[in-house]
Design a protein. Structure first.
Length: 212
């Protein structure tokens, strides 16, 4: 994310990435990162797991869970993340035991590698649906102004390794401090002011390919 944004602070809540809307830009980010991680995979149809107040087929609300196909979904190494939406909507996806409590990055590597990077932008409630206010989506992912809102985030790995139900919902656990660009990867370190990374992260997002 930081590499693509050209800033050590990342994109913040503005994910347009040269596109007209935040969702289109986020999908482009997913596609670009996929291609960087595995040449040729950018040809797949990629969708960011993000909700927004507008952008649906009828111009209305977009729910993240409706953007990603019907499953099954696998990680870079072919391990099952979830077979279907019912399994995906659990607090931790019902997939391969090796990864469900540490959803891997685009290279198939564990995210939890000695830094606090678990906060992941979704703008969604626990059902993967729009959380109900633009302030929860950084104005539909078009604003990196800290005071724009406090976006909802999920946890790519649980707050407590011994108790995955403690701060472990991968879709929606709490709100980030704000929409500004900012990174905070220190375990139990200071917050990042009003940034998307203030609670432990870098403004990361989940990406799903809707075709094999």
């Amino acid at each position: 994310m930081r590499q693509l944004s050209g800033s050590s602070n990342g994109f913040g809540g503005d994910l347009r990435f040269g596109e007209a809307t935040g969702l289109e830009g986020a999908d482009k980010i997913c596609r670009t990162i996929a291609e960087m991680g595995l040449p040729g995979s950018g040809q797949k149809v990629w969708r960011a797991f993000l909700s927004a107040s507008t952008g649906g087929a009828d111009g209305g609300t977009v729910h993240a869970i409706d953007r990603i196909g019907e499953g099954p979904w696998y990680d870079r190494n072919g391990r099952l993340v979830a077979s279907n939406k019912a399994g995906l909507l659990s607090a931790r996806p019902k997939g391969d035991a090796q990864i469900v409590n540490d959803l891997p990055n685009e290279r198939g590597e564990p995210n939890h590698q000695g830094v606090d990077n678990h906060d992941t932008l979704t703008g969604s409630n626990k059902q993967g649906q729009y959380a109900g206010s633009k302030s929860y989506t950084c104005n539909d992912w078009t604003s990196a102004v800290g005071s724009t809102g406090k976006p909802y985030i999920g946890h790519s790995w649980p707050r407590s390794a011994s108790n995955p139900t403690n701060g472990g919902n991968w879709i929606s656990d709490h709100q980030a401090p704000g929409c500004a660009a900012g990174v905070n990867l220190s375990q139990n370190g200071p917050g990042g002011g009003s940034s998307v990374g203030g609670g432990g992260g870098y403004g990361g997002l989940y990406c799903f390919a809707i075709n094999p």
